[in-house]
Design a protein around this ligand. Structure first.
Ligand SMILES: Nc1ncnc2c1ncn2[C@@H]1O[C@H](COP(=O)(O)OP(=O)(O)OP(=O)(O)O)[C@@H](O)[C@H]1O
Length: 342
């Protein structure tokens, strides 16, 4: 089932368009990251899905129900959508138990108690139900807000930078844990972040934004290895751009020698462009007769990050050969893979 469908959504602030013709589909149980730099419209889309931001045209459907568009507008409180914010937004004067049960409509006290127990166990806060928010760590407060949202059995969970106030030491672990909770309950979630590392860890799919538009939508691997444009390639990680000329459907000439693509190139023969080579897609081999020279070396545990000069260009290379030293000559090779050429 489609959990969320967005078609042709536009939105403006004081006449300035901040969401520009967005199209996006998300399957039930999926976790989708809205990723992009500050000010590109991620939070505005999240707010539009929640019914907190007007949409000037286009449609938003959640589980097949039209919330916005086609003459419909469902008020925020009737959407059955849960929201989690970076500042947790807990009620300071309510205990953990009262915060968790805040939006629960069930009146039967036995069932309310059972639900509270279930939620406390789920987010590992057993025994803390009588505490107030100020008596909890940031991570514990975020667990309460997750429990509060899930207690209402939302059709869709919206999370706005939920981990940005969490200590970096526990952030990774909390992300994995909350992801496991959402997966175990098959909760569909849309998650806003400007961090590709958070998107990689937490989400199944990524929608990368640029100035109010979605530039590419897909799995982390798709965006990382088959970026639609340089903006996507650069946002998702470090890369080298090496000049190439296309020889035929699978081969290009470059300063590193001939490179082989394992998928057919879309560019015609003689096309001159630049191939994207991630630091870990390059390998080094010591060779006194080679044209590459190590210029810098950073030891990072079980691998080294080198800067290697070749044909007046500095390339970043991540290698498990950790004993190479600045000044040493090396062969640089790229294994055959689906080449990305811009
Ligand atoms: N209340 C507002 N009034 C006017 N313009 C606004 C308002 N809120 C946001 N904007 C503008 O809309 C654009 C999109 O903002 P939005 O908050 O959606 O971006 P974002 O990608 O979530 O950024 P961040 O990661 O910094 O939160 C920005 O140019 C922003 O300045």
């Amino acid at each position: 089932m489609t959990a969320l469908s967005i078609t042709g959504v536009n939105s403006e602030y004081q006449g300035v368009r901040v969401l520009d013709g967005l199209d996006l589909q998300m399957e039930q149980g999926e976790i989708l990251a809205l990723l992009g730099p500050s000010g590109c419209g991620k939070t505005t889309l999240l707010r539009a899905i929640a019914g907190l931001q007007p949409v000037s045209s286009g449609c938003i459907h959640v589980q097949g129900q039209c919330f916005n568009g086609e003459g419909n507008f469902t008020p925020s409180e009737q959407r059955g959508v849960g929201m989690i914010f970076q500042d947790y937004a807990l009620f300071p004067h309510l205990t953990v138990a009262d915060n968790i049960l805040f939006g629960v409509t069930e009146k039967d006290s036995f069932r309310r108690g059972a639900l509270l127990e279930e939620m406390l166990t789920l987010v590992k806060l057993e025994g803390l139900e009588k505490r107030y928010p100020h008596e909890l760590s940031g991570g514990q407060q975020q667990r309460v807000s997750i429990a509060r949202a899930l207690a209402c059995k939302p059709k869709l969970l919206l999370l706005d930078e939920p981990f940005s106030n969490i200590d970096s030491q526990v952030r990774g672990e909390l992300m994995m844990e909350i992801r496991a909770i959402l997966k175990s309950r098959k909760v569909s979630a849309v998650f806003v972040t400007h961090s590709k590392d958070e998107a990689f860890v937490f989400a199944d799919k990524l929608a990368l934004f640029k100035e109010g538009r979605i530039v590419q939508h897909g799995t982390a691997e798709e965006l990382y290895y088959s970026p639609a444009e340089r903006y996507v390639a650069d946002f998702l990680g470090r890369g080298n751009y090496v000049p190439v000329q296309v020889v035929d459907g699978f081969n290009v000439d470059s300063p590193l020698g001939q490179l082989v693509s394992t998928s057919e190139l879309t560019w015609p023969s003689q096309y001159s462009g630049e191939v994207l080579l991630r630091p870990q897609q390059l390998t080094l081999e010591p060779d006194d007769a080679a044209a590459g020279v190590i210029r810098d070396r950073r030891f990072l545990g079980n691998f080294c990050h080198y800067q290697v000069e070749i044909a007046s260009q500095l390339l970043e290379v991540r290698s498990q050969l950790t004993q190479l030293l600045p000044g040493q000559k090396v062969q640089i090779r790229a294994e055959a893979h689906p080449l990305v050429i811009f």
